[in-house]
Ligand binder design. Sequence first.
Ligand code: SAM
Ligand code: CA
Length: 219
Amino acid sequence: MSNKTSFLADDLHQYMLQHGLREPDILCQLRKETATMTNFARMQTAPEQAPFMQMLLRLMGAKRVLELGTFTGYSALAMALALPEDGQIIACDINRDWTAIAQRYWQQAGVAHKIDLRIAPALETLALLREQQQQFDFIFIDADKDNYPNYYDAAYELVRPGGVIAIDNVLWGGAVADTSINDNPTRKIRALNEKIRQDTRVEISLVPIADGIFLVRKC
Ligand code: SAM
Ligand code: CA
């Protein structure tokens, strides 16, 4: 897994970072703080992915967002900045320490009121949201890869018709196309990619930004 667009040569990637986005200071500060978490920093959403997701939300006029996998809050913060004042994100994670960092930055950015953090295994929160018949415009799947196929099934039920599910890391650093790699997360991501390709209920586009984002629009 990588938090940069690993499929570009380094010089081109640098060029894209310098010319292709305007990262707000608050996101930059959060990214720098997360970078000090040596073993985990790579889990953070890439800076070039944030404006792409913000653009999608704005184009869709999205108001209700669900995120699976929040970590230190970079993607949730980027999305909250793009939502209108009455927009809402339900952010799911199981780690209190990492999401405490997230909450500090959401407060600082003045968007904490838009983000409802749920600390519980995402499958439990998904089941609860279904019971409550909640609907979302946009669902971002970025939690544990072993559950990706389960998350997709639940997300399909929760996204409104015309809404979008965005699944992160679907190229898995290139491992999905390397037949010598057969660990559990790689197999689960491959299985989900194939399941999505065959799912005639949705329109699809796999975008090779960052570590690959599968955009799935419910018909
Ligand atoms: N979207 C985040 C960002 O922009 O920085 C990165 C998310 S990180 C790749 C994956 C997160 O999923 C971790 O914070 C981890 O604690 C969380 N996670 C792992 N298993 C989970 C589960 N069963 N339910 C909910 N969250 C889970
Ligand atoms: Ca990710």
